[in-house]
Design a protein around this ligand. Structure first.
Ligand code: SAJ
Length: 427
């Protein structure tokens, strides 16, 4: 079949490449001329393990090409962003999804399958069907009239982890939610072409909620760990020691505290649930607030520590939103480091092995990007914000003379040297 993948970002491009590898003819559609040109040259505009080689191969073979125009296709896969509107009480913004639907409608042919993969509030897939029905009254849509519909519409969320996208796209299980069972079966047959994990059919609304619930589950569990870390701070306990010990219980598995929750999914998707059921979604909302508050808590502690040691150069270690990736968007580490740079100027050195230069907001602050060796030689205060392997591997003797604030707990159980203990040491 001919497949159009709409949106060539972190999910769309790897998905398009994997489908192309399975033998389908794939047209990737993106509104950015730059993205389209880059991909048609066989290059990529995002970083993801092994994606460059795969895209190069499928473009060279002619099974993937990119376009600014919506083609006629047998299958449409929508993978565009769904942000939320901060001003409007975290209201989900499905504008990009609906724009994609508007672009698909005029070229839609009887027999086509339309799949949404973007994270969406419950009810969006039905809204997609309704919109298509409005724009194309000549085509019979599923679930609206009796008889055989011309079009199938389904919701099939991805659940891949950045850094492992190509592997997880193929091997993870998937929920395949149809507007009708017939739609689900049609989408199932499509995913079976390139997914090795189990594909489980359901209805579209359950599939929409499943995706949101997965990320809310993780957010709530990280909030639990972050709350524990603040309790431990107050009581002078090493939170990582407590978690390590508690996790020896066969039915306890506490996640890791950190400087807050970043990325484009876990800090966003729970709001979709809260917006849909504000009265009921109490824990989910509180978890969001707790994880956001952790970022400010870390900033306040770091700031206090730096102020208590006048003139001592400070290394902020890491800008990425999590370990071992080069993605600095929506990152609590970046937020904390930028605020400290604004407050303490040239005393702040940033160590980020994945950055070639500092992001714009560091512009006039006087903070400098330095390598890890320089930081260890020159900085008397080390603030660990990201658990990159490079930082984890620094032996104790290389940091023994520094005052350490380790927000990720990477340097183990050192009495008086992690988190709040460092504060006491300094003051
Ligand atoms: N984090 C902690 N402590 C932990 C685990 C994570 O502070 O114990 C922080 C990370 O540092 C990071 C944030 O949480 O700032 C999110 O990182 P993550 O690795 O938990 O998740 P993402 O955002 O990279 O990917 C998530 C995944 N969802 C789940 O694990 C339920 C992924 O499978 C989804 O596909 C992805 O969201 C998505 O696209 O929705």
């Amino acid at each position: 079949p001919t497949v159009a993948v709409v949106g060539l970002g972190y999910i769309g491009l790897p998905t398009a490449a994997i489908i192309a590898r399975s033998g389908c003819s794939v047209i990737g559609v993106d509104t950015s001329p730059n993205v389209v040109d880059t991909i048609n040259r066989g290059d990529i505009h995002i970083e993801e393990v092994d994606l460059d080689g795969l895209v190069q191969a499928v473009v060279a073979r002619g099974t993937l090409r990119a376009s600014n125009e919506m083609p006629e296709a047998d299958v449409y896969v929508i993978a565009v962003p769904t942000p939320f509107l901060k001003e409007a009480g975290h209201e989900p913004d499905t504008g990009y999804v609906m724009s994609a639907v508007d672009a698909i409608a005029p070229v839609l042919q009887a027999g086509a399958l339309v799949i949404c993969e973007s994270t969406c509030p419950v009810g969006t897939t039905n809204a997609i069907r309704d919109r298509l029905s409005l724009l194309r009254p000549d085509l019979a849509m599923p679930g609206l009239a009796s008889g055989t519909p011309d079009i199938a519409v389904a919701y099939c969320p991805e659940r891949v982890l950045p850094g492992r996208i190509l592997e997880e796209l193929v091997h993870n299980d998937r929920s395949v939610g149809g507007i009708t069972p017939r739609c689900a079966r049609k989408a199932l047959a499509f995913y079976k072409r390139f997914v090795r994990g189990e594909c489980v059919t359901t209805d579209a609304r359950s599939a929409e909620m499943t995706k949101l619930v997965e990320n809310a589950f993780r957010d709530v569990n990280i909030a639990f760990a972050n709350e524990l870390s603040m309790i431990a701070d107050k009581q002078g306990l090493d939170v990582w020691e407590v978690i390590r010990l508690a996790n020896r219980h066969p039915r306890v598995n506490i996640l890791q505290p950190g400087p807050g929750v970043g990325g484009h999914c876990i800090a966003v998707d729970p709001w979709f649930i809260v917006h849909g059921a504000p009265e009921e979604a109490k824990i989910i909302r509180q978890a969001r607030d707790t994880n956001d508050a952790k970022m400010h808590h870390v900033l306040a502690q770091a700031s206090e520590l730096i102020a208590a040691n006048p003139g001592v150069p400070v290394a902020c270690m890491g800008l990425a939103f999590k370990a071992n990736i080069d993605d600095f968007r929506e990152s609590p580490a970046r937020f904390v480091a930028a605020r400290l740079a604004r407050q303490f100027g040239e005393r702040i050195r940033i160590v980020e092995p994945y950055a070639k230069e500092l992001p714009v907001e560091f512009g006039e602050t006087g903070a400098k990007l330095v390598d890890i060796d320089t930081a260890l030689e020159t900085c008397g205060i080390l603030i660990v914000l990201v658990d990159h392997d490079l930082f984890r591997s620094i032996p104790e003797e290389e940091r023994a003379d520094a005052i350490v604030y380790d927000t990720r707990g990477i340097w183990g159980n050192q009495q008086g040297r992690s988190g709040p203990a460092a504060l006491r040491l300094a003051s």
